[in-house]
Design a binder for this molecule. Structure first.
Ligand SMILES: *Cc1c(COP(=O)(O)O)cnc(C)c1O
Ligand SMILES: [Zn+2]
Length: 557
């Protein structure tokens, strides 16, 4: 049973003194204590949660399916472009190379304007329409302005979009295409926000209040609802909803994780989930005020005046109250603040694109680089259920990611004078490569990890890869084909990796073959001693394809 528009009742509650006031666009803070962050509260006493769950199954999978817990009264005011309901993709290759069993990617790239800001735009613009606002100013590093521009176009609301000059030109052009007035400000993002606020005050235009906007937090919380419902379907066959152990996101203003935290809190209070997730909050090293404050044990962040990162999306130098809220969250429910450099982010983009076929913008690259670190440092454990907010699509940044060596040119127009590819050279190179064919046996019981390794090997060189899915088969194949190299896992049922190695060492036909051990297990000193000698050890999660190939080439030489 859904609530009819007439029975819905929404109030705003002060996060400090818990005073409640009715929802109203002119409220800009708590009338009692002056706190400027208020949270939406819904009177759901009329709502039977079990019936609601049944009804949700019959609704489409878009964002507004959760309208009972969103801040508008009349669904006729909804401005929608088909946002939300993005897929939760279970990673295979990347998960295997990190040694994670349950890595899920919430693919927010698949929103109408290519980032999770579509959620914010649909909820904020619908609420503004309901309140009769017809002109809006927003400061943005790109994605918010693009999303608002599209939704404002549909709602007939005039948008003034203020961009810092660091924002990619393509993003400004996209906003202009939807009819927004684009204002490019030579200054930092924080200065741009101040200017937009000043403009709105003097012109009497409604200002989007970012993190302090009720609609923004309510919008972001829909990610939490979708994740809990989708994880429940994928891991538990839809029996119940499920909270992941971790939610990870690249953080600038902090709206995403704060909204997601609120969503899980609500679901917990409704009895829909049984715990809260830990938050993995990743910032760009050149603009990481939250990470730096957290490392110093401080609840108040020191603003970064001039961010040193080319990743404009994550260039909020002064996180203000958002950091306090996230700090409190991490203290109460667990989590970690980590940073990653621009270079690490670009590298992560390449790895994610090649392994899982997902191309992301640099702000999302930062998140994945943070994931790699948290796995390597043991903060995230192999059995943890991890959901990464894959927040935005790559489009405007290919030059930084690929450099200028990404295409091979073949010019046929001048063929008669200078052949571009001297045929003889090519043939002799192929010939040489043929001589270099190496036979490799991979002993690995996890099929995803085995597939990943053979894919990396085949992409990087002329390797003839044989896969054995258990130790006994491994020994049989090694004995038969006498490979140039053996790559083995350690923990396998029945005949494990230690046995494979011991068997090889004690047989003179196999004892000379180099071995690389790839394991997800922390080894004890005793186990390490058993592996000493000529064996190369790679910890799953601590290597990615380049390191793997480097070790491999060294072992072969
Ligand atoms: C806005 C944005 C972020 C940062 O979002 P916050 O939750 O406000 O910190 C990260 N990635 C992308 C793609 C974004 O558009
Ligand atoms: Zn108050």
């Amino acid at each position: 049973m859904s609530l009819s528009n007439q029975t819905k009742h929404i109030e705003l509650e002060c996060i400090n003194c818990h005073t409640r006031v009715p929802l109203d666009k002119n409220i800009s803070g708590c009338p009692n204590c002056g706190e400027n962050i208020l949270e939406a509260r819904y009177d759901l006493s009329q709502l039977n949660v079990q019936q609601w769950l049944q009804e949700l199954k019959r609704r489409g999978d878009r964002l507004w399916r959760y309208h009972e817990v969103l801040p508008i009264y009349d669904t006729a005011n909804i401005v929608t472009l088909g946002e939300g309901g993005t897929p939760l993709i279970k990673s295979k290759a990347l998960a295997a190379s990190l040694g994670l069993k349950n890595l899920y990617i919430k693919d927010e790239r698949q929103g109408p304007t290519g980032s999770f800001k579509d959620r914010q735009a649909t909820v904020a613009v619908s609420a503004l329409r309901e309140m009769g606002v017809d002109e809006l100013a927003v400061a943005s590093t790109g994605n918010v302005a693009i999303a608002y521009a599209a939704y404002c176009a549909q709602a007939g609301i005039k948008l003034w979009a203020f961009f810092p000059s660091l924002a990619p030109g393509d993003k400004m052009r996209e906003a202009a295409l939807y009819g927004a007035e684009v204002m490019k400000i030579t200054g930092t993002y924080d200065q741009t926000k101040e200017l937009a606020a000043h403009f709105a005050r003097t012109k009497g235009v409604f200002l989007d209040k970012g993190i302090k906007s009720v609609a923004a937090i309510e919008a972001m919380k829909t990610m939490a609802y979708e994740i809990a419902e989708q994880l429940g379907q994928q891991m538990d066959g839809g029996e119940h909803w499920r909270t992941p152990d971790w939610f990870l996101q690249g953080v600038s203003g902090g709206m995403g994780p704060i909204g997601v935290g609120k969503g899980f809190r609500e679901m917990y209070d409704f009895g829909l989930v049984d715990k809260m997730p830990s938050m993995g909050l990743v910032q760009s090293t050149g603009c990481a005020p939250m990470v730096e404050a957290f490392d110093r044990g401080q609840r108040i962040a020191t603003p970064i005046d001039t961010p040193q990162t080319i990743i404009a999306t994550l260039a909020t130098g002064n996180p203000g109250r958002a950091y306090e809220l996230l700090y409190d969250y991490v203290q109460e429910y667990g989590g970690s603040f980590v940073s990653a450099t621009d270079e690490e982010a670009f590298n992560a983009i390449r790895i994610l694109a090649r392994q899982d076929g997902i191309s992301v913008e640099p702000a999302t690259g930062v998140t994945f680089a943070g994931l790699f670190k948290m796995v390597r440092e043991g903060i995230i454990k192999p059995d943890d259920v991890v959901v990464v907010n894959c927040s935005g699509h790559t489009m405007p940044v290919e030059t930084q990611i690929l450099g200028d060596q990404w295409q091979r040119q073949v010019d046929l127009s001048q063929q008669s004078q200078t052949p571009v590819m001297p045929e003889e050279g090519l043939l002799s190179a192929l010939d040489q490569m043929d001589k270099l064919v190496r036979r490799i046996v991979v002993v690995e019981d996890n099929p995803d990890a085995a597939r990943l390794m053979s894919r990396i090997l085949r992409a990087k060189g002329n390797f003839d890869v044989h896969i054995a899915t258990d130790g006994a088969k491994g020994i049989e194949i090694i004995r038969e084909i006498r490979p140039d190299l053996v790559i083995t896992d350690l923990m396998m049922p029945d005949v494990d990796g230690f046995t494979v190695i011991d068997t090889m060492k004690s047989d003179e036909n196999m004892s000379h073959i180099p071995i690389i051990v790839v394991t997800a297990k922390e080894l004890t000193a005793k186990e390490r001693a058993r592996l000493s000698g000529e064996i190369t050890l790679l910890q799953k999660g601590s290597f990615l394809d380049q390191d793997f190939v480097r070790e491999l080439v060294e072992a072969l030489e």
